[in-house]
Structures are given as C-alpha cells and as structure tokens.
Design a protein around this ligand. Structure first.
Ligand code: SAM
Length: 292
C-alpha cells in the first residue's frame, strides 16, 4: 500500500513539489489526520460494491481512503490547479474519476447514471468547502438523487443548526429542510489542528441517512418550504406576523391565516421556532387550499 497522503509530512511534500498556494475563497483546508479520515469512511459504511461521490478532493487525502474501500469514487473539483496534482497522488487508484466542475453546476443525476451503472448503493462523502456548505447539502437533497446518504465534514455551527430540535436557538428552516428528507446525526467533532491551513471555526462530521419518504406528508412541497421560510424570516415576530408579511398575498389572506391557525390549535402569537415539522406540514397543507 502507498504512503497516506493525509500526513503533515506528505502533504507538505506534495504542496512544495507543485508550488501550490491555498485559496481561502475556495474553502481550501486540507485534512492531515489519517485516523479522522478513516473514521469518516467508517461512518459512511462503504462496502466493496458502494459508489462514492466526493466534493472537493483537494490533493486526494479523503479520496484515497475512499478508493481503498469503495467500488468507485467520482470526485468534483473546481480548482484546475489541483488536477495535475490529483493525477499524480491518485495514480495508484484506477477506480477514481475526477470531474473538473463546480459541483453546484453539475448534473449529478446524469453523472451517477453514467458512472455508477454497476454499484449497489451510492454515498456522498466529503470534507466540504465551508463557504458553500448549505447550498451543496440542499442541492444534494432537493435533486432527489438516488443516494443512500451523506457523510460530510462542515462547520460545527452548521451541524448544530441541521440537527436542532424545536424550541432551541439553532432550530430554523435549515433544520426542517434537512430533517424532512433525512435523519441527521452529528457523529464527530473535529479540532482545528487536523487541517492545513487551520480554519477559524470548529468542525464536525454529520451523517444524513435518506428517509424512504419524507417524514411528513405535504401536499405542495414548494409551498411547505415557503411557509417554513416565511415563519423564520424574523425570529422575534409571531407566526401570524411573519406569514402575513412574508407570504405572497399574505396581507389579503390575514383572516384566512388566523382562521387556519385557530382550527389547528396553533396559537397565532407563537414564534416559528416553536413549531414542529408536523405542525408546519399541517399548516401548509391547510393554507395551500386558501392560496389556490
Ligand atoms: N478533500 C480534501 C481534504 O479533505 O483534504 C479537501 C477539502 S477542502 C475543505 C474543499 C475542497 O473543495 C477544495 O479542494 C476546493 O478547491 C474544493 N471546492 C471548493 N468549491 C467547490 C465547488 N463549488 N465545487 C467543487 N469543488 C469545490
């Protein structure tokens, strides 16, 4: 087996060989701890027949660990300067394919159909670029991709928001959006010292396991998320105020909103952060009829 990429010595050697300088704007913080990488791969439960999508392979630290266990790894990397480096560091792994593309612009479904014809299941595993964590996670979920789940490193603060429960300060539209599609667990917190350069925030690894179907039945998904976002738009305002001021035609529909809240026994003076996902589903399913 070749020497691990994810050690301080080997990483420095690679960076020097290619004269690579980090771009902060691309969220480039590379992992230099092989144990943490192996644990990430363990949490993702990668088997011989698993296909893996990685986002942002960097110099290949995580990619290599994934390639040793998975059937195939397809990795999206935006920074062209990393392509020759990856071709070198990952040359022992013929089951890796690097795609030079911004993952937010990628047609991941098509790539999966082309690259993963013979795999048993697909996981997304990544040490995410922190400047685009939320858009990447939301794209993976909203595209309804045929994946088993997602195991990613991200800012601890975002991990806390994703797994937050009603009535807490971290609970918001991101918690609801992710928990609608998945069960979310924070499986590891990670110190800054295992990155080069060190980020200025704490990190965590979350595991999102896709539900067979969303946790609540919703008549109109896009209206449901509109109601959720409106309810959190000003956290100190009541649910009634937020819905009337933020939903399209909310002001004209004030009476209908009040009536629906009363029927559902949701006090109109409550704040969005106290409503459960089930309450949001009931609320949007009743309101959508008033909007049609
Ligand atoms: N996986 C490596 C590791 O763990 O050491 C690098 C992780 S680093 C936090 C994030 C990586 O994502 C960088 O290689 C960066 O160039 C890449 N990246 C940033 N924005 C991206 C985007 N929109 N699409 C694809 N890759 C991106």
């Amino acid at each position: 087996m070749t020497k691990d990429i994810a050690t301080l010595g080997r990483t420095r050697e690679i960076l020097e060989k290619y004269g690579f300088s980090f771009k902060k704007s691309l969220g480039q913080n590379f992992l230099i701890d092989t144990n943490i990488l192996r644990r990430i791969v363990d949490y993702a439960e990668i088997a011989d027949e698993t296909g893996v999508i990685e986002i942002g392979p960097g110099i290949g630290a995580l990619t290599e660990q994934l390639a040793r266990r998975a059937k195939k790894v397809v990795a999206f990397e935006i920074d062209q300067r990393l392509l020759p480096i990856l071709a070198d560091t990952l040359s022992p792994y013929p089951n890796v394919r690097i795609i030079h593309q911004d993952v937010l612009k990628a047609d991941i479904r098509r790539v999966m159909a082309e690259e993963f014809s013979s795999v048993h299941d697909v996981m997304v595993v990544a040490n995410l670029p922190y400047y685009v964590t939320t858009p990447i996670i939301m794209k993976l979920l909203e595209d309804h991709l045929p994946i088993r789940g997602i195991v990613v490193m991200l800012q601890k603060e975002v991990a806390d928001r994703i797994s937050a429960q009603p009535g807490t300060k971290d609970y918001g539209s991101l918690s609801i959006a992710v928990q609608y599609y998945t069960t979310a667990e924070t499986v590891m917190t990670v110190p800054r010292t295992v990155f080069i350069p060190q980020p200025n925030v704490d990190s965590a690894v979350i595991r999102l396991t896709k539900r067979e179907k969303p946790v609540v039945d919703v008549i109109d998904e896009s209206f449901f998320f509109q109601v959720v976002r409106a309810s959190f738009s000003q956290r100190r305002k009541t649910i009634l105020n937020n819905l009337t001021s933020q939903l399209p035609n909310g002001k004209q529909q004030k009476e209908a909103i009040e009536r629906v809240l009363t029927e559902l026994q949701i006090d109109s003076r409550r704040r969005g952060e106290t409503l459960t996902i089930e309450e949001f589903a009931k609320l949007s399913n009743r309101l959508v009829k008033e909007w049609k």
